[in-house]
Design a protein around this ligand. Structure first.
Ligand SMILES: [Fe+2]
Length: 342
């Protein structure tokens, strides 16, 4: 009996990703990484780093040799565990009871339940709700049919992105169909789209949600591992401006910026020294129970993308200095061009 049967008529939806845990050999580098990424530091000690998005998704980093950490996946990255949020303790306990039928389930003092999925990925369930993000002024767009932003420059996010939420997590796995079965039948995830032949499956954690919150792709190495974690930002200005600011700190692009045809999101992926990639994205499709899942025959990862980031000029983000402007004006005056006829 699957959970969907156990919970007939009760809300099945998850509230999001409560936390993701990595380990690190170099805690100072990990601290710099997530600080530069634009997360808010919650705590930083020798044995634990905790960062949050604006809505409270937590990224934790522990030293590699921390006792009791979930083990690495086969692929060898430093990803250790993802904890999904649920709205109520009853929902958490029902999932725990269902999982306990055929696998080990443990429980922390705070009630968080830990177990393992059918692919060997360590998962947790916690009562957790996202908080409302601190209000950031929305971008005001000047459209052909109306100028809403007058005598003001547009947003550029030159000081870096401030990720709002963890939108999705992606794993490379050996058996995509098995992953789909576990997350749909045991945890109640919703199917959004598939690549045929077990090449990939896009799932979402609520009936009404972003196009995908969880994506499994067929592993090319034959090993299971984290592929990437994606952080949603406000708009394209923040993807591009935030990405350029992050690149200026010395972090390397994995791929992007670009646009996904599936989910419509703009993206920019960076390499994460702890494993997989980290992605800024914006403007994902939002789907409901009326969405009809599709089957794609060929990989449609990218509609277009730059392969290696945006070339950065050392002074590309600096406005012309007053001295430079005066020099140009002086040169104009000296050239003594005839005045433009009125
Ligand atoms: Fe992604």
């Amino acid at each position: 009996m699957g959970l969907s049967t156990l919970h007939k008529g009760k809300p099945m939806d998850f509230t999001g990703i409560a936390s993701i845990t990595y380990s690190a050999a170099d805690m100072a580098e990990a601290k710099r990484l997530f600080t530069d990424w634009g997360l808010t530091k919650v705590s930083a000690t020798r044995t634990r780093l905790a960062f949050e998005t604006a809505t409270g998704n937590r990224i934790e980093v522990r030293p590699d040799d921390t006792p009791g950490l979930p083990p690495r996946l086969e692929g060898g990255s430093s990803f250790r565990e993802v904890v999904f949020g649920v709205a109520t303790a009853a929902r958490r306990d029902a999932i725990a009871a269902d999982l306990a039928r055929d696998r080990e389930v443990t429980r922390d003092a705070d009630g968080t339940v830990h177990s393992i999925d059918d692919l060997g990925i360590h998962i947790g369930i916690r009562v957790w709700k996202p908080r409302k993000p601190a209000t950031r002024p929305a971008t005001v767009w000047n459209r052909p049919e109306g100028r809403a932003r007058v005598d003001r420059e547009a947003t550029a996010c030159r000081d870096g992105a401030r990720p709002s939420k963890v939108g999705h997590i992606v794993f490379a796995v050996t058996d995509v169909k098995r992953a789909e079965a576990f997350y749909r039948d045991r945890l109640g995830f919703w199917l959004s789209d598939r690549y045929v032949g077990g090449a990939g499956v896009f799932l979402r954690w609520a009936k009404r949600s972003e196009h995908h919150n969880l994506f499994f792709m067929k592993s090319r190495t034959g090993k299971t591992d984290l592929h990437h974690v994606a952080f949603e930002v406000g708009d394209v200005h923040e993807v591009f401006g935030g990405g350029m600011a992050f690149a200026r700190q010395g972090w390397s692009t994995e791929i992007g910026p670009g646009r996904h045809p599936i989910s419509s999101a703009y993206f920019w992926y960076f390499r994460n020294p702890l494993g997989g990639a980290i992605e800024y994205f914006c403007d994902p499709d939002y789907v409901t129970e009326r969405w009809k899942p599709r089957n794609f025959r060929v990989n449609r990862f990218s509609e277009w993308h730059l392969p290696a980031g945006i070339p950065l000029k050392a002074d590309g983000h600096v406005r012309p200095s007053l001295a430079a402007v005066k020099a140009i004006e002086a040169a104009d005056a000296a050239s003594a061009r005839p005045a433009v006829p009125a």
